[in-house]
Design a binder for this molecule. Structure first.
Ligand code: GDP
Length: 300
């Protein structure tokens, strides 16, 4: 089970602490709640969400007249599933009449290129024809890095020289995708934050070019966030939030953090579904997000 392996650090840090607490205190009292609160905040679940969660647990404990702390574990896990699930559909939207286009946004180093490579691999395995667009024309080496992934996975990359207009690259990529009968076009973008206004304008221009060429595209605008950066990831999410028409989140490097609770915090604050999670550096280490599998991998 990919989730179980990838979430080992979080499981060890967070769930073992919860289990230890249950064994140690046995009874649900004020101190139990306080310690549970600390553990959840320590796992980066986010203070507001923790408060809500604890209030919910208290209500449940009163309602069901629970005294034994061990009975709280399944209830906690069920509440977490619910929080993570939200109301939206977390599967990736696919065009029903041809070309599907996904735009990946996020700051440098979060794992955009890697995620695109992994997703290309996944779609290719499903028999889809995939094309990549090298829209990060700004960062030195970004185009080459995408090409390395393209070669590894066996898909073509549409590119121009470094420094060229990313919207022009996207225009080319969409034309090429149409001509070649591509199913899925995955578009990389720049992630420099030194000039926030320009970046947002650039992303909007890219969006418009794609949308002009393929009327229902982009089908997803996915913000990629590095889970190991904790609360920083949350501020990035807010920064991109309402400016780029985000439709979903990708949380990378969950294998590298003991604070996987950040997924819950981000989900709560953003009200945008988490659609994919990165669980390692290899081609196969990307999974569609499933709140039940996620929580069960932690608690089982
Ligand atoms: P970009 O600048 O956003 O395109 O980021 P990259 O795709 O270049 O990724 C930056 C680093 O993070 C690389 O060393 C990747 O191998 C690594 N990385 C990306 N996703 C994951 C993941 O899910 N788990 C781990 N452990 N490393 C990852």
């Amino acid at each position: 089970n990919k989730f179980k392996e990838g979430l080992a650090k979080t499981r060890n840090a967070f769930v073992e602490k919860v289990e230890d607490l249950i064994l140690r205190r046995k009874k649900i009292d004020e101190e139990f709640y306080e310690e549970l609160e600390e553990i959840l905040i320590g796992a980066d679940v986010g203070v507001n969400t923790v408060m809500e969660l604890i209030d919910d647990l208290r209500a449940e404990v009163r309602k069901q007249k629970i005294e034994d702390a061990a009975e709280l574990k399944p209830i906690l896990s069920e509440k977490l599933v619910k929080l993570l699930k939200g109301d939206e559909n977390n599967s990736l939207r696919v065009s029903d009449n041809g070309l599907t286009v996904y735009l990946f946004v996020g700051v440098n180093g979060v794992g955009k290129t890697t995620t695109i490579g992994k997703l290309a691999h996944r779609f290719k395995q499903q028999g889809k024809k995939v094309l990549l667009a090298a829209g990060d024309t700004f960062r030195a080496g970004a185009i080459e890095q995408l090409e390395v992934w393209g070669q590894r996975v066996g898909v073509d990359v549409i590119k121009q020289q470094a420094g060229s207009d990313p919207a022009a690259v996207m225009f080319d990529a969409v034309q090429a995708a149409k001509t070649r009968g591509v199913d899925i076009l995955l578009c990389d973008t720049a992630g420099r934050l030194q000039n926030k206004v320009n970046l947002m304008e650039e992303l909007n221009k890219i969006y418009r070019v794609i949308n002009r060429e393929v009327p229902d595209a982009p089908h997803e605008v996915l913000l990629v966030l590095d889970a190991t950066t904790g609360q920083n990831a949350l501020s990035q999410a807010k920064l991109f939030g309402d400016k780029t028409g985000l439709t979903g989140l990708v949380l990378t490097k969950l294998d590298g953090t003991a604070k996987g609770g950040i997924v819950v915090a981000i989900r709560q604050e953003m009200n945008i579904p988490v659609k994919l999670v990165g669980l390692g550096e290899k081609m196969d280490d990307l999974e569609p997000f499933d709140s039940e599998q996620f929580v069960h991998a932690l608690f089982a």
